[in-house]
Structure formats: C-alpha cells, structure tokens
Ligand binder design. Sequence first.
Ligand code: DNO
Length: 348
Amino acid sequence: MKLTFRWFGENDAVPIKYIAQIPGIYGVVTALYGIPAGEIWPLDAISKLKGAAESHGLAAEVIESVPVHEDIKLGLPSRDRYIKNYIETLKNLGAAGFKCVCYNFMPVFDWVRTDLKLKNADGSTSLAYREEEIRKLDKNSLSLPGWDESYTKEELSGLLESYNAVTPRKLFENLVYFLEALMPALEETGINMAIHPDDPPWEIFGLPRIISAEDGLDKLFAAVPSKHNGLAFCTGSLGAKRANDLPRLAKKYAEAGRIHFAHLRNIAYDGDLSFRETAHNSASGSLDMFVIVSALVRGGFSGYVRPDHGRNIFGEEGKPGYGLYDRALGAAYLNGLFEAAEKMVANS
Ligand code: DNO
C-alpha cells in the first residue's frame, strides 16, 4: 500500500514538514481550496501544490476532493457546463501527474456529525453522530456543526427543497450521466475516480443517498463498468451501518480492482444509528481493523491508504478530526497492520 496523509495545503495547521516525518509515508492527499464548486482548477495552481509536496519528498497523486456542483447532482440543464469544467480540471490534474480523484455524490452535505468535540473519558475529543439529535432538527432552519459557514439558512433550505423532486433513482441516473461524460478524459489522463460512500450511510433530512451499501456500489459498477469508476473504501462511513460486512466488501471490491483509495479509521457504535469516532486500533472501537486490512491485502489491494479522522489528543486544538497526533498514531498502526497482513499473505 501507499501510505498517504491528508494535507489541507499551506494554510493547514499541520505543517507539511511534520507529515514528511511520519514513518513509511508515501505522499499527501490534498486539494485546491477556495475555488468554488464547478469552476476549473488552473494548471499552474495545481502544479504549485504538487511542487510544494514534492519539495518535502512527498508524492502528490491523490486529490480529495474535486467537489461536484449541486446542479450536476440535481440533474439541472446547467449541469453540462459544470461537467465540462470538471473535465478541464481532470485534464489539468492529469497533466500535473495526479492519478486519483476522490469525490462524493451526497446531496447538499458531505459528512454530517452532531458533535465535533465530544469529550471522551480520557480527555480527548472526538467527532460523533447522534441520530436522535438529527431527528430533532428543523429542516428549514438547520444549524449543523461544520456546515454553518457554507450556506445561509435561506440558501440551505432552498437547496434542500430543490431535492424534493430528486428520487434515489434520479440521483443515481445523474451520477451515471456524470461519470459517462468524464470517461474520455479519464481514459486520456489515466485518472481513477474514487467515490466516497455516504457518511452516515443512510438517509438524512429526507435527502436521497445511493452509495451507502453493497447494492448501490454493485449497481454503480454495473452501470459504468470502466475500472476508472471506483471507490474510496471508507471504513468509518460504510462501517457506521452495522449490516455492512466490511471484510467481505473489502475483499470483493479489491479483487474487482475497484478500490482506488482507502480511508481507514474506527468508530464505536453508541446505539443503533449513532456512533463516535475513536482511535484507529480495533480494541478502541467496534470495527476489527486487522480483519479489514487483511481482507484488503488478500483481495490484492496495493493502492493509496490514509489514516482518517483522529481524535484531538495531547492538547492539540485545530481542525476536528484532522490534527497531527492521532492521525500519525493511526498511520503507525496501519503500517503495522499492513506489514503483518502482507507478510502473512506472502507466506501463506
Ligand atoms: C471527511 C471526508 C470527506 C471526503 C469527501 C470526499 O472528513 O472523508 O469530506 O473528503 O466526502 O468527497
């Protein structure tokens, strides 16, 4: 596997020179920030970003994310203009040497949590999701941690309303339309698209969700068979739904060559549709990370991996989930799991 670490660019509170000191690190996963969704990412800015990583000895081959404009998800006539721009961005990313683009097709919200700083017994803080709190919220006047700055309340409620007409089937068709339009550019550049699963993997606020489980993924790969159409296997997202059998899915989609990127983190179930993010190791949460990693390796996976959200520990403030310390501990743990699994598979 290729161990990567998410880096939010020059404004990240985590300096890239520290990321370069993580044992076994291969590269960063990054993006251009501040460009509105739907606009073209200029080649010179992309090359500068890549150069910044490379000057620290880090590869920059994965983008997380190029956001998909809402008009594409809604299937509005204006989508073609935004898709054209997306294609130009892909061509620029390809020209700069990027190989994988992580994206999502979740309406309006990307991830949703009810708490960004839930206090754990050991004094660390975690992101958490409580379904009962979500159900209490008024859809017309939403205030969610992490999202409040993105839209005004009016914009948000207008956007939510525009999804009333979008059934899951329609959303799926819009995703297929988008991917098919990208395909010539993906073939030309060699870039692999890695869709991020819905987080959490169930319907919220009545919005359609289509990439939450095996049925949606199977449907997507059947509809767009090209291997450029792949998955970001996110254990924390898919794993929040207890019915998702992660080891089986990891092996199945790795064998099928569909996993282009893996987000590996642990969560603890706190009730039926509620969870809290934990340290990466199996004993700290509900997911057996060793079994999942072994399944990936057995399926032949050798692609990009990153530790995902960590807790905030050692007094570190900053972006919830994306501090240096707990993610670096997670990286060290993942190195161990992969080394063990790879040697076991090689000797079996
Ligand atoms: C959260 C991330 C997601 C992810 C997007 C990909 O921390 O895993 O925001 O980057 O869903 O488009």
